[in-house]
Design a protein around this ligand. Structure first.
Ligand SMILES: *Cc1c(COP(=O)(O)O)cnc(C)c1O
Length: 216
């Protein structure tokens, strides 16, 4: 199937109100252009340098989402143009994003990443760390970032009950966080293998790569 056909199939399956991030990491610009010509405008990358290089070659109305783990020393390379940073999991990183955004006179939209999977390897905040972060005075003093919501990745497993439990947990955290941050609106969860389940559990932003562009 072509990229355009894959995209229309996915759009058919996701309801209005759910935003599709086309995850184009490792794929050539020619593939991204094919998706662009089929109407896709939001692309997700997990390496800052790769995203910056592709951004120079793609039309300027593309929205770039950084979905991977962010290294503090590389924030400056995405600060001028990135639309949404999904994987923010420390105050230190937020402080750097704020600092770089300020240099570009921007308010940077970000998502806080929570650790919802059973595997210890995945990045993200625990419930305790999340609350500690958003209640801290330093967080409240940051003027050039805007927390838009939460992001999480479920355990890589075939066990649907396990995945459902993790997505439901993240949805609950998202609703609870509204007590502290009433304006949050984005819940980023769901990838190629689990996006339908994620949407059932309350996701309104899915990050889909291989089902659009093929295996990496
Ligand atoms: C690669 C990646 C995706 C997309 O994964 P697919 O299984 O190819 O859809 C989604 N989210 C993150 C954080 C990723 O790194």
């Amino acid at each position: 199937m072509s990229i355009a056909a894959n995209l229309s199939e996915i759009k058919f399956r996701i309801p209005t109100g759910v935003t599709l991030v086309a995850v184009s990491k490792t794929k050539p610009v020619s593939d991204l252009l094919e998706a662009y010509r089929a109407g896709q405008r939001i692309f997700g990358e997990n390496k800052i340098q790769e995203m910056a290089e592709k951004a120079q070659q793609m039309p300027s109305d593309v929205e770039w989402h950084m979905i991977g783990h962010v290294q503090t020393n590389k924030v400056k390379y995405m600060a001028p143009f990135v639309s949404l940073v999904h994987g923010v999991d420390s105050l230190k990183l937020l402080v750097e994003i704020d600092k770089q955004a300020k240099k570009h006179h921007r308010v940077q939209p970000v998502l806080l990443q929570m650790q919802i999977a059973e595997e210890e390897t995945k990045f993200g905040l625990s419930e305790h760390e999340l609350l500690e972060l958003v209640e801290s005075d330093e967080f409240k003093s940051l003027k050039n970032i805007e927390v838009k919501g939460l992001m999480g990745m479920a355990t890589f497993t075939d066990n649907q009950q396990q995945i459902k439990k993790e997505f439901t947990y993240l949805k609950t955290q998202f609703e609870n966080l509204k007590t502290h941050l009433p304006d949050i609106s984005i819940l980023s969860m769901g990838m190629s293998g689990d996006y339908s389940l994620a949407i059932e559990c309350g996701s309104n932003m899915v990050r889909i790569g291989s089902s659009i562009f093929g295996h990496r």
